[in-house]
Design a protein around this ligand. Structure first.
Ligand code: FNR
Length: 344
């Protein structure tokens, strides 16, 4: 998908500080182009002569009603910085396109308001907080608000970013912390726990009846440890390159994690997915679903719920075309023999 028009519209609509917050990576010399390049270098090896006429993009994930496609909205903070209606606009777009949305713990609207407005299944992302009672309270609130799963972000424990990056965030985001009433952004980040271990996954899994996905896993050893500790699924993610520079692209990390745990749990991937072809490539490498972060923010900034709907609809249509071109009629037929990754 050519995002030029969307990024240009988002750039026009957004305060420059918000734009730079959305686009930021931990190493300013890197961008998500890096991740997208890795996806694009995976060549597709289509099948022919298979009598494929109808293309069905519908997908299923545990803890989720059937979806129109395996596309997921990744959790991103502060949708209110992109448009007035904030996460409620994203939720409307998710519902109208049959897309699963993961609500961010650092959302602009509180989890109760979000849950009351959402008309399709959604999951709640959680950061582990220093105060265990506060984590537990959020897990309870998310479940009561209607979340179908918890996504525990496990790669957020090392605060990185330049002083100017932090200043940018502080300057613009002090008002958005809907789940942390009365706190500034800096105070909110200070409430995040550090020093996470797999025992925290067991603890969280024991504190909620919802399935707990571990987000931010790049190493197959950790994927296996997280599943052993009770994770119901893995989200392969480098946090949009926001946690550290030099980090492996998720396209390269995905196959080994699939080999390590996909027989036991679903594996979702995000990072640099910018087209239906990229979604197809990720599914071929074994992902059960594929999430997008920044493209949703661009759509939101450009045209609110309609913008997000347009972005998601285009990605799903591109996936449909990729499936038709590659000779597969159903999502579960997208197999690894349909792609040839470079020898990473
Ligand atoms: C994020 N991401 C993120 N992840 C998370 O678990 N909780 C969060 O609150 C946020 N917030 C956030 C804000 C912004 C502005 C960005 C860009 C990203 C990471 C996000 O879930 C996802 O991993 C990446 O955005 C995926 O990469 P792409 O699609 O943006 O390239």
């Amino acid at each position: 998908m050519d995002f030029t028009k969307w990024t240009a519209a988002a750039l026009r609509a957004l305060d420059p500080l918000v734009w730079s917050y959305f686009m930021a990576t931990a190493d300013p010399t890197e961008s998500t182009e890096h991740d997208n390049d890795a996806w694009q270098r995976i060549e597709i090896v289509p099948r022919v002569l298979r009598g494929v006429e109808n293309i069905d993009t519908t997908a299923t994930l545990p803890a989720c009603a059937p979806l129109a496609s395996p596309l997921v909205i990744a959790p991103t903070a502060g949708h209110g910085l992109a448009c007035e209606e904030a996460e409620l606009a994203s939720a409307r777009a998710a519902a109208s396109t049959g897309t699963l949305m993961i609500y961010s713990h650092s959302a602009t609207v509180g989890v109760e308001e979000f849950g009351a407005a959402a008309t399709s299944p959604w999951w709640a992302q959680a950061y582990l907080l220093r105060d265990p009672a506060r984590t537990r309270d959020y897990l309870d609130r998310a479940a009561a608000a209607g979340a179908c799963a918890i996504v525990l972000t496990v790669d957020g424990s090392v605060p990185v970013g330049s002083a100017s990056f932090r200043t940018t965030v502080q300057a613009r985001l002090s008002a958005v912390a809907g789940n942390f009433p009365g706190s500034t952004w800096t105070e909110m980040v200070a409430t995040y726990a550090t020093g996470l271990t797999v025992d925290h996954i067991s603890t969280v899994a024991g504190q909620t009846t919802l399935p707990v996905y571990a987000k931010g896993v790049l190493n197959p050893i950790d994927a296996a440890r997280a599943v052993d500790a009770g994770a119901a699924g893995i989200i392969v993610s480098n946090h949009g390159r926001r946690q550290m520079g030099g980090v492996v692209s998720t396209a390269k990390a995905l196959p080994r994690i699939v080999d390590a745990v996909a027989e036991r749990v679903p594996v979702i991937v995000d990072g640099g997915i910018r087209s239906g072809l990229d979604v197809f490539r990720a599914l071929a490498l074994g992902a059960s679903a594929v999430a997008v972060g920044r493209p949703v923010l661009w759509g939101l900034a450009a045209d609110g719920a309609a913008g997000v709907t347009a972005v998601l609809t285009t990605l799903i249509e591109e996936l449909r075309q990729a499936m038709a071109g590659a000779g597969v009629g159903r999502i579960e037929q997208i197999s690894r023999d349909l792609v040839r990754p470079p020898s990473w």
